[in-house]
Design a protein around this ligand. Structure first.
Ligand SMILES: Cc1cc2nc3c(=O)[nH]c(=O)nc-3n(C[C@H](O)[C@H](O)[C@H](O)COP(=O)(O)O)c2cc1C
Length: 176
């Protein structure tokens, strides 16, 4: 299958998650394009879509939100979509807030699921404003990404695609 993996990242942590998802899907024989959301125009020709975003102050990055809105009318009901957020870093921010934009996107493009993955925080990469925000939030510096969990999630997607290809597609729930 031809799959689009797209993720909005500011400091690169989420982009690397997208790369790992893409690599895992390729291992199952899929043709996978990785594109930044701002560069995604038409999604015609894709058999499945994975869209992710870093979370800042409880919001998805604008590029991911806009992509979900842009492709809303184009996503056919039989094209499965999965979403992910890269966010929590220790006590940083509101991990639950991560889901607000993702929930909206879930409904817009009838995603089959949304997964939150822990992210990365290196103070040396941040702007002064960002440093002030994470100080208040008492974020834990470090790379909190869970690579086995990311690969497992992508493997679950590959398995679901295999079931669909074998004719076992289940209808998407109306409430996303
Ligand atoms: C200023 C700032 C605000 C953040 N706000 C949140 C937040 O509200 N919720 C959350 O789960 N993570 C939050 N984070 C953590 C980021 O989502 C995490 O660092 C993520 O891995 C960044 O991804 P990126 O490198 O792709 O930009 C915040 C990080 C920074 C620097």
């Amino acid at each position: 299958m031809h799959i689009l993996v797209s993720a909005a990242s500011r400091h690169g942590a989420t982009a690397a998650i997208a790369d790992t998802v893409a690599e895992t899907l390729r291992r199952f024989g899929h043709r996978v394009d990785v594109r930044q959301p701002e560069w995604v125009g038409s999604i015609t020709g894709y058999d499945a879509i994975v869209l992710g975003s870093a979370v800042y102050a409880g919001r998805w990055r604008a590029a991911a939100r806009l992509m979900a809105r842009r492709i809303q009318k184009e996503v056919a009901p039989d094209v499965p979509v999965w979403l992910f957020s890269s966010g929590p870093v220790g006590n940083a921010g509101e991990a639950d807030g991560a889901c607000t934009d993702a929930e909206v996107a879930c409904k817009r493009i009838h995603a089959r699921g949304h997964r939150v993955f822990p992210g990365v925080l290196w103070r040396s990469q941040l702007s002064m404003v960002e440093r002030a925000v994470v100080s208040v939030a008492r974020a834990e510096e470090g790379d909190h990404r869970d690579w086995p969990a990311i690969e497992l999630w992508a493997t679950d997607i590959a398995n679901e695609l295999a079931v669909r290809a074998a004719g076992g597609a289940t209808p998407v729930a109306a409430d996303g």
